[in-house]
Design a protein around this ligand. Structure first.
Ligand SMILES: [Zn+2]
Length: 140
């Protein structure tokens, strides 16, 4: 079994790899069996899924990066251009009125709820606007 060398650096490196691949590290720690357990989320994933990767210490961190990247297209493709006009209730309870209008030039952007959740992402000849029609009590 490999000697534990500079553990914090290894944990930091794993977190950095997750971030660079586009993920948001949630928890990184060593399991009793010596493997590193790395859980992360994909920003903008409306299901807030938590993915877990078990890393053997002799493995390249590239494996981790590839794993993170493999989760991203699914999470983001789901949302691009998939907005629904009208009332949209966010998971936090706020209700937004989403509207789309066509624009001559290509536009690529997104709108987020106050809680940070993406409401809609687009990439095409339209822009979206979001109007808050029902807020949640602050501090709730
Ligand atoms: Zn929200």
């Amino acid at each position: 079994m490999a000697e534990p060398i500079d553990r914090p650096a290894e944990l930091n490196a794993a977190e950095k790899t997750v971030r660079e691949a586009g993920g948001a590290p949630a928890e990184v720690f060593y399991r009793d069996d010596g493997r590193m357990e790395i859980s992360f989320m994909i920003p903008g994933d409306r299901n807030d899924r938590v993915y877990t990767f078990l890393w053997d210490r002799h493995e390249s961190l590239m494996t981790l990066g590839n794993f993170v990247r493999s989760k991203i297209p699914r999470a983001s493709n789901m949302e691009v251009n998939s907005g629904v006009e009208g009332e949209n209730t966010c998971e936090c309870g706020r209700v937004w009125l989403l509207a789309k209008r066509k624009v001559p030039q290509r536009d690529k952007d997104d709108l987020s709820c106050n809680c940070g959740k993406k409401l809609v992402r687009w990439n095409g000849g339209c822009v979206w606007t979001a109007q808050l029609i029902k807020d949640i009590p602050s501090g709730a």
